[in-house]
Unconditional design. Structure first.
Length: 106
């Protein structure tokens, strides 16, 4: 880990930089939804992210969830209404911070 003020390398568990004394604030990279929380992800979504959110939450394959949803739409007829309700009720996941690469000058 490097100090954001002086740029010197420091211990990852340190709270203060040993060179300049600046306080280090932990950064959460790749922050997604809280584990166990149902949310619609922003990146692997087709329409509203409902199927992707259910698949990520329960650990299922997203293709299987989408096929089951299409079968519900075709045979039961209530799939479209359920999808719209889920789209409104399930919250959208927060934006993810990009992973910081080594040597990118930051």
């Amino acid at each position: 880990m490097y100090c954001s003020h002086c740029g010197r390398q420091m211990d990852a568990a340190a709270r203060f930089c040993p060179a300049c004394g600046a306080a280090v604030q932990p950064m959460a990279y790749g922050r997604g939804p809280i584990f166990g929380q149902l949310a619609r992800p922003r990146s692997p979504r087709a329409i509203g992210g409902v199927c992707s959110g259910l698949a990520l939450h329960y650990g299922w394959d997203v293709v299987t969830v989408r096929l089951l949803w299409v079968l519900c739409v075709l045979f039961a007829g209530t799939g479209v209404l359920a999808y719209i309700i889920a789209w409104i009720v399930i919250p959208e996941a927060p934006y993810e911070l990009p992973e910081s690469g080594a040597g990118n000058g930051i």
